[in-house]
Design a protein around this ligand. Sequence first.
Ligand SMILES: Cc1cc2nc3c(=O)[nH]c(=O)nc-3n(C[C@H](O)[C@H](O)[C@H](O)COP(=O)(O)OP(=O)(O)OC[C@H]3O[C@@H](n4cnc5c(N)ncnc54)[C@H](O)[C@@H]3O)c2cc1C
Length: 407
Amino acid sequence: MGERIYDVGIIGGGIVGLATAMALVKSGVNSVVILEAEAELAAHQTGNNSGVIHSGLYYKPGSLKALNCVAGREALYRFCREQGIAHQACGKLVVATRPDEIAALDALEKKGAANGLRKLRRLGAAELKEYEPHVAGIAGLWVGETGIVDYTQVCAKYAGIIRAGGGEIRLNFRVEGCRRDSGDLVLNSPAGAVRCRNLVNCAGLQSDRVARLCGVKPGLQIIPFRGEYYELLPGRRDLVRNLIYPVPDPRFPFLGVHFTRRIGGGVEAGPNAVLAFKRHGYKKTSFSLRDTAQFALYPGFWAMGLKFWKMGMGEFYRSFSKRAFVKALQRLVPGIQAGDLVPGGAGVRAQALEANGFLADDFRIKEAERMVHVLNAPSPAATASISIGESIAAMALKNFALAAKRR
Ligand SMILES: Cc1cc2nc3c(=O)[nH]c(=O)nc-3n(C[C@H](O)[C@H](O)[C@H](O)COP(=O)(O)OP(=O)(O)OC[C@H]3O[C@@H](n4cnc5c(N)ncnc54)[C@H](O)[C@@H]3O)c2cc1C
């Protein structure tokens, strides 16, 4: 039997790669293979995230984030109901604790309404306690559409649908090279080679590198930001009913440390956003010379540093000082004490940075001949996965069909 040639090879078995493969399989393209470097699916961003089904509150109306979050959220709730995945539309509370945050809260409320949220409720100081008795603030916004889920479980269901539809998943297959051969693309890894007609790059924290090794200039650089969590001790979980968030600083892409109830039980506090010196570095001591040198040599990094150095130093300080971390949490829930928290896990976010120092805000996808590269898929990409997967699959079908005609 000759070597198999797949119609589509997808690099990356996180939620975006899986959702894309699922959409392709559902649209009748079943000669699909997912190539995942790790021994399991969802090993990086997807499996280490906060487990929040975002509502669509934060995103610029009309942006890819806003459109895909809103559509993807509803699709995800439907998928969870159909597939029997544990989830809850528990809602969340955004709390303003200072008068200077009221304008930003107003802006959030407007954005949420523009993005079609129907379960928004503006609250005064006393009303906050109806939702979260231990919160203190001067005003708030209740967002009923927000929910919680375990994205690793969601991925397991996506994988089941892909396999049942004829797609394949290869684990322990780290793509290290890509060459064109007789009109096909040959993807090399230490585990062997796979031949495909087209490819989709969904490599998350490695997406810029994978683009380059496929001969495509990404036009941006992935900067890793670690998010560290604490967990509330079981006896203190009654401090938080559901999800409690601060009003985010609109100049910064991350949401600020918050409280999140997990669908599997427990309450987490965090994540912060600390510049990481290793793309897959989950510990404070994680360091990779290659990863660090790569961003340090990128011109946009220093431009970003100039803009955000003060905020960045604060995040570093909070990373090493539990007292400072607790102080940030006490703004929302004054009763919380350092002794109520134990260190939890961490995740690393892939944040795309442009050469001019701008943090790419929206999802970013780049097409090349027989290729689609997903270069920036930060939060809420897990929430939005079904919708993004369908968009990438549609883009791929169009691009690849054109490529096929040219052959
Ligand atoms: C701390 C944190 C909290 C978050 N909270 C939320 C949240 O509550 N809600 C939400 O919607 N979003 C959240 N997000 C964002 C969300 O998790 C990501 O947007 C989403 O998981 C991105 O999925 P992905 O498939 O693009 O990336 P990943 O999940 O990182 O998957 C990429 C995959 O590609 C593989 N790969 C890389 N290089 C190669 C290679 N050369 N060959 C083969 N495979 C390769 C990796 O091993 C990895 O499995 C959070 C993210 C983090 C980090």
